[in-house]
Design a protein around this ligand. Sequence first.
Ligand code: 3EB
Length: 340
Amino acid sequence: MVPGSESIQPAALERRAPRISYRHEALAAVLAETGTLAALGFGAGAPLHDDPRYLPVPLEGMEAPTPLEVWQVDGEVEHGREGALRWSAGAGWLFAAVDLDEHAHGGPRATAELAYRLLREFLARRPEQHVQRIWNYLGAINQGDGDAERYKLFCEGRAAGMGEFFREGFPAATAIGHHGAGHHGAGHHAGGQQLQVYLLACDQPGQRVENPRQVSAWRYPRQYGRTPPSFARAMALPGQDVLAISGTAAVVGHSSAHEDDLDAQLAETLANLETLLAHAGMPAGFDTHSPLKAYVRHAADAPHVLGFLAARLPGVPVLLLHGDVCRRELLVEIDGWRYA
Ligand code: 3EB
């Protein structure tokens, strides 16, 4: 199914992928359902709850009301906390998240290194060691110039914190800048200095998928920083029933395309997504079961992005979030899931 995957082993256990949905429901009701592995709230208005499966994400929704994102598995879910890390696990799947204040840990590089070390050390003690998908949200992502840009420092710290844990290949990922408003429950966090990293892992490996229109991120040339970004373009989850799609933008080869042209960037992003689906052996197009997120740099662009996606991807659930792509010339990025 996945090109270049000559050694797919028959899975010892079929791991049906988590169902991901956007839901306008009460958080307590969602958490009370059997099989709820994680629930994500967005922005300053997100609900408050102590359950470790609930993560308030520091990105604002751009359409009110903003739904919860809910991850559900087949079976009972256990959960807990260890210091800055919270986790849940069930049916072979694991959710884990860390939220760190950069002020307390020495800036973006050291904080990213710590976040990845904490996650890696936790995973090393778990049966679910195969990380499929990671999201990274940091403040002021484009601040600083050249190698001192905060995103590039984050990339250095991430690679250091990963150590040898990902030597067989990187997970699919997203890295987006938040606007630092901070959650009303974030307590000690100075909003703009919050680093949040969360992930989905499984007790079986997935299959990494690259995009033939794009240079693999870990091979980006020196101009993009001392340490290239550590992610795969997508991951076919172990059951081969879902493609987890990394943050995808108007990058062709290794270059940003269509500077300052929102429509052209959106069209190029969709072309990249379609190529990724084809290369993963999946049917073309997205559908009503395949939720996407669109991260939009300028709030004023939200209606236009919504209109574009409604026309080009009718019926596809899209959550619009206010977030900055890690290259300052890029205005929009899309990630999500494609169910087979
Ligand atoms: C790109 O194609 C856009 O650093 O984890 C997309 C997805 C991007 C993930 C990351 C960065 C990351 O290079 C940027």
